[in-house]
Ligand binder design. Structure first.
Ligand code: SF4
Length: 58
């Protein structure tokens, strides 16, 4: 499973609030790839909550 944040990100911080093990927002959201596997539930929750659908799960 790969998680990416695309260029639509507006840096709102919602993903970090929901899943701070994976997402950190510094201008735009950064993904901590090594934490994805253990946090898929909140990654999906963050992707659903992102206002611009910038979180891509592949
Ligand atoms: S929730 Fe979406 S728009 Fe907001 S910081 Fe995260 S990836 Fe960017």
């Amino acid at each position: 499973m790969t998680v990416k944040v695309n260029e639509s990100c507006i840096g709102c911080g919602a993903c970090e609030s929901i899943c701070d093990a994976v997402f950190s927002v510094d201008g735009i959201a950064q993904v901590e790839e090594s934490a994805v596997a253990d946090n898929m539930d909140c990654v999906k929750e963050a992707a659903d909550a992102c206002p611009v659908s910038a979180i891509e799960i592949e």
